[in-house]
Design a protein around this ligand. Structure first.
Ligand SMILES: *Cc1c(COP(=O)(O)O)cnc(C)c1O
Length: 351
């Protein structure tokens, strides 16, 4: 039984069925097919906006190519220090942007704050040839600590960066999980709050391997077809990417999958609040639960064969530090998480 991540399971059966349906017959290659065109139309309708859509295979490619599109090589990208782009992409954002610099910001629960943005920008001198020039900011929704930004918080970040006209990118590897918690529209969580470019996550939501870079101003996407090809992310059998999003987006399947994952996470978080030696490291706002685990519970989980990742503690609230022997464990729920497994986990860590 494992709660390591939401990418340890395969794809939703509906996505597999869509891939099988797209498998038949001969169609134009390199994204010139009907499956790709229909996904572009679907995203435009979903976001109630004109969009330019570029499907790729991984989140690292989506984030790196999106960021490379909105900064110059001497640009700087503001990001939280725990962000996937800083911690988990092996320098790909720097590589694909020809050397733009990631500037790491602190913040509780892996959230960037307007204060940190203002403070950082104030020590970066506009026009100084000696310094990288801030040109973009990236935020993760839901964050690496399972928290979320409200549309008002996103708008406040955009506002804090307005003096330097930063483009705003959102890493939406867990976009659906954040959206169902907020109950707002995809438009409200993105362009209406100031997001310029989005990495729309498919894989963790239930796709096999599909992410989409979505530009809300298609004029910013003019170079993207070349960037994607140079990165080896332009699939010749592009319809198999389109099919995955068609399978996810049809009948709001993606939202149902995210709701299931979030519901399982909330069950665990609620049970911990009711009575356990564990406590929540950050509020549970999507499909991940981060628990402060004393040694007794670490041992019980090990004995029960329940897998989880030990997590970074850099974003803990300063007023709630760890005590001796405690660690933070990350428990991730997916579309495929079995309620019975969550029950076993709850019983294992109950008082
Ligand atoms: C999983 C994840 C990604 C995507 O990672 P890949 O392994 O490159 O597909 C991007 N951002 C966040 C926050 C993630 O959790």
């Amino acid at each position: 039984m494992d709660f390591f991540s939401d990418n340890t399971v395969g794809a939703s059966p509906r996505v597999m069925a869509a891939i099988a349906a797209a498998n038949d017959g001969s169609l134009l290659s390199y994204g010139k097919d009907d499956w790709t065109r229909r996904v572009e139309e679907r995203f435009a309708a979903l976001f109630e906006h004109e969009v330019a859509v570029f499907m790729v295979l991984t989140g690292t490619a989506a984030n790196s190519l999106a960021l490379a599109s909105i900064v110059r090589p001497w640009g700087a990208i503001l990001a939280h220090q725990e962000a996937h782009v800083c911690e988990d992409e092996c320098g790909a954002p720097e590589f694909f942007s020809d050397g733009a610099k990631l500037i790491e910001l602190p913040g509780v629960g892996a959230k960037v704050t307007p204060e940190a943005v203002t403070a950082t920008l104030s020590r970066m001198h506009a026009g100084s040839v000696h310094q990288v020039q801030p040109q973009a900011m990236t935020i993760t929704q839901a964050t690496e600590c399972g928290t979320i930004y409200t549309p008002a918080e996103i708008a406040a970040l955009k506002q804090a960066a307005a003096s330097r006209d930063l483009r705003l990118h959102m890493d939406g590897a867990r976009f659906a999980n954040a959206l169902v918690t907020l109950g707002c529209t995809p438009a409200e969580m993105t362009w209406k709050a100031g997001v310029d470019v989005l990495s729309f996550g498919g894989t963790k939501n239930g796709a096999l391997a599909a992410e989409a870079v979505i530009f809300f101003d298609p004029t910013q996407a003019e170079e993207m077809q070349w960037r994607r090809k140079r990165a080896g992310q332009t699939l010749s059998k592009g319809r198999l990417l389109g099919a995955q999003f068609e399978g996810l987006l049809a009948d709001d399947h993606w939202l149902d999958l995210a709701r299931h994952a979030n519901t399982q996470a909330k069950r665990l978080a609620d049970a911990v609040a009711k009575g356990s030696q564990a406590r929540l490291a950050w509020p549970c706002q999507a499909n991940e639960v981060f628990l402060v685990l004393p040694q007794t519970l670490q041992q019980r989980l090990k004995a029960a064969g329940i897998g989880y990742h030990e997590w970074s503690v850099r974003s803990l609230p300063p007023e709630a530090p760890l005590k001796d022997g405690e660690i933070v464990g990350r428990f991730v729920m997916s579309f495929a998480t079995k309620p019975g497994d969550v029950e076993k986990l709850i019983v294992t860590i109950a008082d």
